[in-house]
Design a protein around this ligand. Sequence first.
Ligand SMILES: Cc1ncc(COP(=O)(O)O)c(C=O)c1O
Length: 283
Amino acid sequence: MSFAFFNGKYMPLDEVAISPFDRGFLFGDSIYEVIPVYGGKMLEGELHLQRLLNGLSAVGIESPYSLIDWRVLITNIIVEAEATQMIYIQVTRGVEESRNHRFPIKVVPSILIFATPFTSPVDLSYPGCSAILQTDKRWQNCHIKATSLLANVMAYRQLYLEGRPQDEALFIRNGCVVEAASSNLFMVKDKVIYTPPIDNILPGITRHIILQIAKKLHYQVYEIAPDPNTLEKADEVWVSNSIEEIKPVIKIDDHCIGSGQPGEVWREFWLHYQSKKWDGYEV
Ligand SMILES: Cc1ncc(COP(=O)(O)O)c(C=O)c1O
């Protein structure tokens, strides 16, 4: 059984009891973070924790802990025997029994941290996945890692209803493809890398690592969002997040991407990412 930190105490995860009046539960009024841990060490823990603090500040929830305190709390949760695990953190605005929409609200944030083992579904034998294009129906603050994820959930439900639950939904906003339902987007054309700018998408930490790898390997990178036509003509398309890492997309709607197989540039980046996560290789 995984251990958890909940509102100041360590306890088995299944003993965590969340109030029905918690605003995270009632309104999705909360921020979360997912941090991958390899061999007992967080991968870019500082960046994940800073993103958590930025998200809390953006919605006006005061973090009860400094970045250093968060690091200590998490270190106590990491299970040393597990080779790979993910740390899940959620901070809600707190418990407010009148279920009042209006401010001011006198509450203290609820905090949950737990660790669970995970394995990325993607390795060098991964055949690639397909994707569908969808209109982006999310809110205007996608840079905030908020738990109110209903539009993302609806995108996955659509994939499920179409009989392709493992595929990806790529979101179109203002005529450009900006992000996937739980990952950032990359495109490779003629050995040049393109990725949407982080103006209104989640600033992914995996995305950040990929850009560092691109710099190290002297790839040219443009932070622009492709239109669907350009994306479908790419040599390679990838999506990235902390759990699936770097995942090749080989078909979008009815269009095969490149050779219809994971590409060479993906392979090169995937291998560099593995060295970074296990050996702390500096990119
Ligand atoms: C919408 C969205 N974009 C991008 C990402 C990738 O973020 P990261 O690489 O930090 O895991 C996620 C991760 O959950 C996400 O939900």
